[in-house]
Design a binder for this molecule. Sequence first.
Ligand SMILES: *Cc1c(COP(=O)(O)O)cnc(C)c1O
Length: 456
Amino acid sequence: MENLPILEPYRIKVVEPVRQSTVEERRGLIAEAGYNPFLLRSEDVFIDLLTDSGTGAMSQRQWGAVMDGDEAYAGSRSFYRLKEAVEEVLGFPCVIPTHQGRAAEHVLFTSMLKAGDLVPNNMHFDTTKAHVQHRGAETVDLLCPEGYEAASAHPFKGNMDTAALDRLLTERGKRVPLVMVTVTCNSGGGQPVSLENLTEVRRICDRHSKPLFLDAARFAENAFFIQRRERPDLSVPEVVRQMMSLADGITMSAKKDALVNIGGMIALRDEALYRECSNWAILFEGFPTYGGLAGRDLDAMAQGLREVVDVGYLAHRLGQVAYLADRLREAGVPIVEPPGGHAVYLDARRFLPNVPQDQFPAWALSVELYIKGGIRTVEIGTVLSGRNPATGEHDYARLELLRLAVPRRTYTQSHLDWVAKSVIDVYRRRDEVRGVRFTYEPPVLRHFTARFEPLA
Ligand SMILES: *Cc1c(COP(=O)(O)O)cnc(C)c1O
């Protein structure tokens, strides 16, 4: 994004050593791991860009809050401090903590969905989709057309196609118990949703008498994009309050914008729905004042929610992602534009035009980047897509992407320079990079445990 500061707005008080291995060592380590970065030990990774989920650093105030945790089974002070933070930052009077974001989905969808229902979303995240389907309901992704164009520079590629939503609710509205919008749109590359779009979605929901829920894992990053690109007249906390005021409730993975390593929640306005969800939460998660977490986790979340809407933090956070994208773009490396909030995506088909899709170019690139720089990344391409159950053929992905997800407050600018240098070095000798083939292919979720060999 436009000229964001990349100077770290913090200094370091606790350090976690990381080890730089040699290229030769890494060749051996990745071979032992079956050329699958998921099977590496984290201690053999120098810079881990596998995910931004639960991998960030907590602040001194969060660690202080951990010590304040009240571990009472019921009615703990920590719960009430979380409730206050949710009310203050997000404006919801009711909150149910859960152990992760997917657990919040489990509880909310058990309360609200039944077999045969339809759930529209700008784009469902994997766990959200799986939980909708687990209830016997169907998902519909209604992302705006620009969201599917890797080259489109639209500032809000996470927007929902509101005409399509209106049509769906007019034609099949009886089957739709709720509408969801994911902010930022994770599966679409961390792209933001505009306040104007959210407002229009709300208007359509009102016209059809449907509740609106946000999948709010990265609500603060989304609010920062709105503040920068759409509503400079508002502060980030004001944007957050406006976004939330449009929704009936949220599910949230606290491992992203609550700046903690584990946790999630449901936040709601409606008392009756809160009571219904509380009953399921007791069954799946625990008593509704702890919900599968320790009291200390709730205190860390409460503090994280207050810190994440700080504009200095967000400018640096989004600035790091934009900085990495700028370095790569300058060197001609093909990336998905514009970069989203939490990651830079390399376009592997343009990066490695000589590697055909059935030799998994993005996967091959992830192996090469590990060998070159000790950097762990994740393929979002055909290995991840799996096989079509009907034909048994690879379900070829529309885009072969390699995701470089940036953990929050974890790496410095010199780490990002190392990442950029390593990617650029691989790009300069891209003609030498070969594809891979399976030596072991598990039947489901093959990317996690598959093994490969490099092609000669
Ligand atoms: C991470 C994430 C989830 C699931 O949360 P977990 O904490 O991993 O269970 C749901 N939706 C979105 C948009 C996410 O990014």
